[in-house]
Ligand binder design. Structure first.
Ligand SMILES: Cc1cc2nc3c(=O)[nH]c(=O)nc-3n(C[C@H](O)[C@H](O)[C@H](O)COP(=O)(O)OP(=O)(O)OC[C@H]3O[C@@H](n4cnc5c(N)ncnc54)[C@H](O)[C@@H]3O)c2cc1C
Length: 221
């Protein structure tokens, strides 16, 4: 089911984001944690996608297991930088085969050790290109996109960044998940500015507990 249809006006909810463990040997513990966290009854669970598709198979396997074994509503993150239309179509096809109805459509960042093959494809430039592509080929897919209360690091201004978000919404995304922030006023100001610009989709605040300074620095860089 599309996540946007599960979000009911005025009803509070929470969702959870999972990073696939790097080592396969950590998967049993990972899924024990998933099982424990079912107790908080998340509206949906999302699974990140490694830069340049480096963890594509893990993301696919984990969303599949979350759906089949844990009866959760999964959303697969999907990045398009360096991807070909063919690899994106193949991923979307596999998702629909296992009954996953939602993606978080992202541009992503080229991996620091990107090889020729990764940077060669220019099929997609921005996340809005991915949103259009998914809407065209999979009209019933639920699509979330990323928003940045403090502005994306590459954006030349907050206004231009918000225009880029508006484009993603106009191309067919259903809701927005924000980058983490440490001062709620950034979030509320972002929501106010988005509404003024005519962005009327749900804006889900992204929250990340601090367990490592290194991780927080990497996310915000
Ligand atoms: C909730 C969340 C989850 C994430 N999950 C992942 C993940 O699983 N894997 C991963 O690799 N990364 C993930 N990221 C990080 C994300 O990939 C990076 O922040 C990336 O740099 C931008 O992706 P985007 O989809 O926001 O790009 P875009 O929306 O394309 O924006 C990128 C930049 O381009 C600008 N821009 C956009 N459109 C235009 C245009 N038409 N003209 C000019 N400028 C434009 C924007 O202002 C912005 O500065 C996540 C981020 C968030 C907030």
């Amino acid at each position: 089911m599309r996540i946007a249809e599960r979000i009911l006006p005025g009803k509070q909810f929470l969702s959870l984001e999972f990073f696939p463990p790097k080592n396969r040997s950590d998967w049993p513990v990972f899924f024990q944690v998933v099982e424990k966290l079912r107790a908080v009854n998340p509206l949906f669970v999302s699974v990140t996608y490694g830069a340049g598709g480096s963890t594509r198979d893990n993301t696919m396997e984990i969303v599949t297991r979350m759906k089949r074994e844990f009866s959760l509503e999964p959303m697969a993150h999907l990045t398009c930088v360096g991807a070909t239309e063919q690899t994106i179509l193949s991923f979307l096809h596999d998702l629909t085969m296992v009954g996953v109805d939602n993606i978080l459509a992202l541009r992503g960042d080229p991996p620091q050790d990107a090889g020729v093959e990764v940077v060669a494809s220019k099929d997609f430039t921005f996340a809005s290109d991915l949103v259009s592509f998914v809407r065209k080929h999979y009209p019933s897919m639920g699509i979330g996109v990323a928003g940045y209360p403090e502005g994306h690091p590459e954006a030349t201004s907050l206004d231009k960044d918000l225009q880029a978000l508006k484009l993603k919404v106009d191309k067919g995304s259903d809701f927005i998940v924000t980058q983490l922030f440490f001062d709620n006023s950034y979030y509320w100001d972002f929501v106010r500015r988005a509404r003024q610009l005519g962005i009327n989709k749900p804006i889900i605040p992204g929250v990340m507990p601090i367990f490592s300074l290194k991780v927080i620095q990497k996310v915000l860089s």
